[in-house]
Write a protein that binds this ligand. Structure first.
Ligand SMILES: Cc1ncc(C[n+]2csc(CCOP(=O)(O)OP(=O)(O)O)c2C)c(N)n1
Length: 278
């Protein structure tokens, strides 16, 4: 349980991350709003409450690691890293420019990024390697990895899932951003994967399910996962793609959409309304 003050602070952080998304996307250039916004609460919970992670200690071997396997949602991780002080705010506006630090997918030149991702399906394998190495070092650090629901169709991921269970890796917590929409339509229409929970359980994982926009519930699930010994845990985050932006919620057009000036203004106003209510 967190106290009401901390809960409010984390909700404000999630909102700030969404403002940062708008700053990065701007007007007239495509940006991954949908799958970034669905993760705002999870990123706020992990980076600002759960993880042993600080901008001043990015090389600390004992730090917790977060790998964004669905690397196209890099904007939300950049927002969190910026708010943590890993790089100057000015970089947000320089995103995807030749001289900018931040590019369209995560890479190791960005302080705080732990793995190069973007080719879907690889992040769990990378994270498993990190978790095994940390275990060999007897480190208390944990590895967190975030996958998409569309990403669940990648075969490599299931190989890593079996390996993690086989090696009884319990310092690894995976998340599935179950936002039900992928790049060009609903996940159900494009590559239906029913009974995701049963599949992961069948592969030997401890499976948890939570409301991915409720910070308290996310924290509860993360705590439960860490308490399970002898097997890895996966948390299915029930989320809404494009959450907090009415025009983008559940809308594949804003997977990597372009804002007009009017839509940009609307997005800002919708966030301002949420701000007034927190
Ligand atoms: C191996 C691979 N195949 C295809 C793509 C193209 N691609 C980028 S995002 C995406 C959809 C991902 O959907 P999901 O995992 O549900 O992400 P979210 O909706 O949460 O953004 C696809 C197919 C890719 N990045 N990597």
């Amino acid at each position: 349980m967190i106290n009401p003050g901390e809960k409010k602070k984390l909700e404000q952080t999630a909102l700030q991350l969404r403002y940062d998304l708008l700053e990065m996307i701007g007007v007239g250039v495509a940006g991954h709003l949908g799958g970034s916004s669905s993760l705002a609460e999870t990123m706020a919970a992990l980076y600002f409450h759960v993880m042993n992670f600080s901008a001043g200690h990015l090389d600390d071997p004992g730090r917790d690691r977060l790998v964004l396997s669905k690397g196209h949602a890099a904007l939300i991780q950049y927002a969190a890293l910026c708010e943590k002080g890993c790089f100057p705010r000015e970089e947000l506006k320089r995103i995807k420019t030749l001289n900018g630090l931040l590019q369209g997918h995560p890479d190791l030149s960005v302080p705080g990024i732990e793995a190069v991702t973007g080719s879907l399906g690889q992040g769990l394998s990378i994270s498993l390697g990190m978790a095994l190495a940390l275990r060999l070092d007897k480190s208390p650090a944990r590895v967190y990895v975030i996958m998409g629901d569309g990403e669940q169709s990648e075969g490599q991921l299931w190989e890593a899932a079996m390996a993690a269970a086989n090696f009884r890796v319990d310092n690894l917590t995976a998340f599935i951003d179950w936002n039900k929409v992928q790049a060009t339509g609903t996940t159900k229409d494009i590559f239906n994967i029913p009974d995701l929970d049963k599949k992961w359980a069948g592969f030997g994982w401890n499976v948890l399910y939570t409301d991915g926009h409720n910070i308290e519930k996310i924290l509860e699930a993360v705590e439960k996962a860490a308490a399970v010994k002898g097997k890895p845990s996966v948390i299915i985050l029930d989320t809404i793609k494009g959450k907090s932006f009415s025009f983008a919620e559940g809308n594949a057009a804003y997977h990597n959409g372009v804002f007009t000036q009017e839509i940009y203004q609307q997005a800002l106003e919708e966030l301002d309304l949420i701000k007034a209510g927190i």
